[in-house]
Design a protein around this ligand. Structure first.
Ligand code: ADP
Ligand code: MG
Length: 256
């Protein structure tokens, strides 16, 4: 009888799914103060998917992002990026994974004031030891800031700084992009530009995007919304519309 020859005795991998861009399984985070900021959170973000995370202040949104990006460690449960369990990595390997596969737009932008806008955008390439083969300037072009490349951040408006921070987060084409309230301080035009850039990262480059926002109109850019309440996933909406989001948020408020 014909026998399939295998390299080893493990089960055939024909039916195995490719690893998803980001997964959290039963993640709990208890801070040193005793606060349980995340409780039993499970979610998946495949490549090219844009997820919005919403919930009242203190509901655990930032903690979720920090844990998912490997900037904070979980108390129990598992976080995987591209199938890699973050807890299995040493500090150096974790730093490398963050550098190569994760982009992060912080609420406080963290632009380096002594560097030009172009140098700020190129910083992740420099840190990764990659050549800047015009990518930083392309990233600035994509956010409409090519003409400000040589300026220091101090000469830019708030909206322009936020766009520069987005260019920097996207410059290495990371597999997962996290953004914590990136439009909170922006006027509607700049907010739309930033959200459009995140949407394009998902649609054109197949990047997984996770956005924390208070704004139902911002969440409309996402493919789905998860709602946090007291560190737990309290609800979920696919193809979100602002009206429905407002209604769910008001329900969460009532459970306080
Ligand atoms: P959100 O981003 O939704 O406002 P956070 O994730 O910042 O919520 O906070 C969730 C809960 O965890 C809050 O009760 C907050 O006070 C607490 N928390 C957040 N970070 C820390 C920390 N570093 N140490 C202790 N408690 C924290
Ligand atoms: Mg927060």
């Amino acid at each position: 009888m014909f026998k399939l020859r295998r390299r080893n005795d493990t089960a055939p991998t024909l039916a195995a799914e490719p690893p998803t861009a980001l997964s959290l399984d039963a993640v709990t985070r208890v801070h040193s103060t005793g606060t349980t900021a995340l409780h039993d959170v499970t979610l998946r973000v495949p490549p090219g998917r844009f997820l919005a995370v919403m919930g009242r202040s203190g509901s655990g949104k930032s903690t979720l992002l920090q844990c998912a990006a490997g900037l904070d460690s979980v108390t129990s449960g598992t976080v995987r990026i591209g199938g890699t369990d973050l807890a299995a990595l040493g500090e150096r390997a974790l730093t490398r994974l963050r550098r190569d596969r994760v982009g992060f737009v912080f609420q406080s932008l963290n632009l380096v004031p002594s560097l030009s806008v172009l140098e700020n955008a190129a910083l992740p390439l420099l840190l990764a030891g990659l050549p800047d083969d015009g990518r930083a300037l392309s990233a600035l072009e994509a956010v409409g800031l090519a003409d400000r490349a040589d300026d220091p951040p101090a000469r830019l408006s708030g909206g322009q700084c936020q766009r520069a921070a987005v260019a920097r987060a996207l410059v290495t084409r990371p597999a997962v992009v996290f953004a914590d309230e990136p439009t909170a301080a922006l006027d509607p035009d700049n907010a739309q530009t930033v959200l459009g850039l995140l949407r394009a990262a998902a649609d054109r480059s197949g990047q997984a995007v996770v956005l924390v926002t208070h704004d139902p109109l911002a969440a409309e850019y996402a493919d789905e919304v998860v709602f946090l309440d007291g560190g737990r996933i309290a609800g979920h909406s696919g193809m979100p519309r602002a009206g429905e989001i407002r209604q769910i948020l008001s329900t969460l408020g009532a459970t306080r």
